[in-house]
Each structure stands twice: as C-alpha cells, then as structure tokens.
Design a protein around this ligand. Structure first.
Ligand code: HEM
Length: 475
C-alpha cells in the first residue's frame, strides 16, 4: 500500500478523452432494469434504513446492479475491471457525485471535493508533502501521542468499560493537529473538535436529505452549522496568518503545502486555497483512521488466536519501547491485521461518481447523469479472490513474492485512480504504529454484552461506539 502512493499522480496522465459508449465486445450494451421497489421512490426507503443490507440482498455476485433512489438513477459497480474503467481508463467521463455537495459546503474547494483544473493543480502541489520520505518525522509524533494517550488510559480507564471509538477519535485528532499544523488539539482547542463534529453531522444530513435546505436558510440547524463553520475557518486562518508572520520554519504538512510551488509559474497556494486544503485534511485524516483502528481492535478482541500472534510480534519487535518508522518493516502481522480490518470494515465504505456522458460499464449502458457507486464494503466481500470472505483472516493479506495476493482493483480501502486517497501512506503508518503500541501494552476486550452496530454514514463507523475494558499486559 505504501508504495502505491507515488503512482497516484501519474495516473492523472492516463485520463483521456471519453471513448464512445459501446461495449468492449461490440455487442449492443444491455439496458439493466432497476431492482424492483416502490413505484415512485424505488429502493430509497430500504437504502435510507440500511444500505449495507440492501447491497447484500441485491448484489449477490452481480458485476453491476441498478437502483432507483427517488429521482436518482444509480448503478453499483462491483467488478474490478469495470471499477478500473470508471476510476481510471474513463475517469474523464466522471465527476464526483452530488453526494459530496454537503462536504463541499463544509470544505470548499479542497482536494476531496474539487474538480477539473483546480483539483489537478492542488493535487500536484500537495502530492510531494505526502511522499513516504516526507512522512518519516511524523512516526515519532504518532508514537509519542499514543504513549501519552495510553498513560492517561492507565490512569482513567482501567476500572470500567468505556467507548474505544471516542478515545481513538481524540487520539487521531490530536495526531492530525500536530502533524498538519503543529497545534495540540488535546488542550484548549477542543472546541475545534466540537465545531468539526457539528459541520460533519450537517454534511451527513445534507447528503441524505430529500429536500436540501441551503445553509443560508435560517433554521436552527443551519445557524448552528454556520457558527461552527465560521469557528473552523477562523481557527485555520489564524494558524495560516501566524505562520506567514513567523520567521521560523516548520516541518509539518502546512509548512510543506506553503512551500510548494507550481512548476513553471512558481506560484504558491493562496490563504483561501490553504484553508480549504487544511480543513479537508483535518476532516479526511482523522475520522477514517479512528474508525479503522476501532474496528480492527474490535476484530482482534473477537479473535484471541489472531491477537496472540500480534502480541508475539509486537513483544519481539518493540520489546516495551515506542514504535519507530524502522519497526514498520518488522511488523508484518500488524500490517496484515490492519489491512484485513480495512477489508471487512472499510471506513470509506462507498464513493460515487456522476457520468458526464453516456458510457458502457460491464456491458451495461450508463445514461448521462447517472450515479455510479463503488462500494469497497461490497467489493471486499467477493468470494473471488477473498475466499470465505466474511471471515477475519489477516493471513490472506501476506504478500507473495513481495506482491499483494489480490488484483489492484479487488481491494480499494483507499480508492483508486487519480482520486485515490492522498493520505494512504500516512494512514497505514498511523494504523500500524497505533495498533502495535496498543496491543503491546493493553489487552482490549469487549465489554460484557456489547454488540457492534454499523452506521454507514459518510464514513462507516460504529453506531454506538465500541465499548471495551482494558487489562495491562505483563510481558
Ligand atoms: C484509514 C484511513 C483512510 C481511508 C480509509 C481513506 C479513504 C479514502 C478514499 C476511499 C478516498 C477516495 C474517495 C473517492 O475516490 O471519491 C480518499 C480520498 C482522500 N483522502 Fe483518504 N482515507 C484515509 C485516510 C486519510 C488521511 C490520513 C488523509 C490525510 C492526512 C486523507 C486525505 C484524503 C484526501 C485529501 C482525499 C482526496 C484526494 C483527491 O481526490 O485528490 N485520507 N480517502
């Protein structure tokens, strides 16, 4: 996964003019019927109640399934070469879907939500900051924050069950604050976390709403959102202004983004561009990772035999000290566990595009304006190549002769093509360090009676957290 990062921008060049909408075999494309549902709403109510259940009921080995969601024409693509077509070979025919509209109000023209030339320029300017070599220094910050969080857990969390997800959100938020802005969000900037939550909830509800009230309509919810958004913008602008006025140099992501220059013109990012990118990175960079950590520790607590193997590895590699970047290559079981966790519970459980012109995907006609969804949650549950796909089996992630034991578009926790996650190396480094250090020090068990419930919102997260107890391990 780590090496994939450097491939992402090169794939931009592979994006060409959209070809004519014919099927590869030359046969006329099939016109797929939507899954039967309500005459007006189609499958909207079922999707709204439980989209994972809807997909599980309807996909059943199909490469592509069509749904009617009220007025939306929606195709779920669940076959690697068809996904590659949408995300890479014919990426020029697709823009991000209208479901990103809520996030766009929150994040503006940041990498996650922007399109076209603006996105291309920003991606090119930002990409070097996420190169593996540039991330080296962040490993120490990640390990230090984890050690401090664990010291606090040892004091505050030992005697009664608590929500692990809440703690992981706090930890990854602190890490993103320090690595991105050199700001400690564990202290007085807690307000920023609350404002971010308000903004995210608003974006979630906006994406799901049948009737979307723009943020200027003075409802109580919109007013709360606008206040939160203003707080976030002001906070980020304050950091940028302080940085511009300072003669000190910083090794954080903001420092790298501020130093980035456009080839040819030597132009740098404006304050507004930096603000949008920073908010995007804070948002994209902490909840996803917190969810992945929580789900993976949940899986380990359900599989003591796997946990014992992880404990043996971290005891031998770390021997009681903090993890470093150099340890990562020796923590292969931890990597496999993290990747298997991302397979079963991918935080980005779905991402979507909108067809700019008609197309043919998996032999099926896609009309202009249709939404094309790719769901890593559904894709990762294909029996080929993931035999016994519902089972947590990290050994399936062991590399064979240095290569992943599955095709490039079989496993997409970080997406694929030019819009692939820019933070994937950052996230894998963080997941490996945090998991290794947590397992080394504590045994995490589910609280008595706890049952996991999933909440497939903008990210896949545990609906009511994951309630656990901790025991200190004596090696
Ligand atoms: C386990 C953690 C993470 C997961 C599962 C994840 C997943 C994803 C996925 C699937 C996409 C592509 C969405 C699409 O194609 O529509 C994406 C995009 C993105 N992610 Fe991540 N991500 C994670 C962590 C991070 C981190 C740590 C950062 C930054 C520090 C980050 C920043 C971004 C950005 C900026 C984009 C937009 C890239 C673009 O369109 O150019 N992500 N992420």
């Amino acid at each position: 996964m780590l090496n994939d990062l450097s491939n992402a921008p090169r794939e931009v060049a592979a994006v060409a003019e959209p070809p004519a909408a014919t099927s590869k075999s030359g046969a006329p494309p099939r016109r797929l019927k939507p899954i039967p549902g309500h005459f007006l709403l189609g499958s909207t109510v079922e999707a709204w109640r439980d989209p994972l259940k809807l997909f599980a009921r309807t996909v059943r080995g199909e490469d592509i399934v069509r749904y009617k969601f009220f007025y939306l024409d929606y195709f779920l693509v669940n076959e690697p070469s068809a996904i590659q077509h949408v995300l890479v070979s014919n990426a020029a025919n697709y823009k991000k879907s209208r479901n990103y509209a809520g996030l766009k109000v929150v994040l503006g023209e940041g990498l996650l939500t922007s399109e076209g030339e603006h996105w291309r320029r920003q991606r090119k300017l930002s990409q070097p900051a996420f190169h593996r070599d540039k991330l080296r220094g962040f490993a120490t910050t990640m390990a230090k924050c984890t050690a401090q969080a664990m010291d606090r857990w040892a004091q505050e969390r030992m005697n009664q069950p608590f929500d692990l997800h809440e703690e992981m959100m706090r930890l990854t938020f602190r890490i993103v604050g320090l690595t991105l802005l050199s700001r400690d969000f564990d202290g007085d900037a807690k307000l920023a976390g609350e404002a971010l939550n308000v903004a995210l909830e608003w974006a979630n509800e906006y994406a799901e709403a049948v009737v979307r009230l723009p943020p200027w309509v003075p409802t109580a919810r919109n007013r709360r959102f606008n206040r939160a958004k203003q707080q976030l913008d002001e906070l980020v602008q304050r950091v940028i202004s302080e940085r511009r006025a300072s003669s000190q140099s910083f090794d954080d992501l903001l420092g790298m983004l501020m130093a980035a220059r456009e080839e040819g013109t030597e132009a740098r990012m404006s304050d507004e561009e930096l603000r949008h990118e920073l908010l995007t990175l804070v948002l994209a960079g902490h909840e996803t990772t917190a969810n992945a950590l929580t789900f993976t520790l949940y899986l380990l607590s359900r599989h003591p035999e796997v946990r014992a193997r992880v404990e043996a590895e971290v005891d031998s590699v770390l021997a009681g000290r903090e993890a470093t970047l150099d340890d990562l290559k020796n923590l292969d079981t931890v990597r496999c566990v993290a990747e298997e966790g991302l397979r079963l519970f991918p935080p980005a459980w779905i991402f979507e595009r909108e067809a700019l012109a008609e197309d043919v995907v998996a032999g099926v006609h896609i009309p202009k304006g249709a939404i094309v969804g790719v769901s890593p949650y559904a894709l990762h549950r294909r029996e080929q190549p993931f035999h016994d796909a519902a089972t947590f089996d990290p050994e399936r992630m062991r590399k064979k002769a240095g290569a992943a034991p599955y095709g490039k578009y079989d496993y997409l926790p970080f997406g694929g093509g030019p819009r692939m996650c820019i933070g994937n190396a950052f996230a894998m480094m963080e997941l490996t360090i945090l998991l290794a250090m947590t397992v080394a020090r504590f045994r995490v068990d589910l609280a008595p009676g706890f049952e996991l419930e999933l909440d497939p919102a903008t990210t896949l997260r545990p609906k009511h957290g994951v309630h656990v107890t901790l025991t200190q391990r004596s090696r």
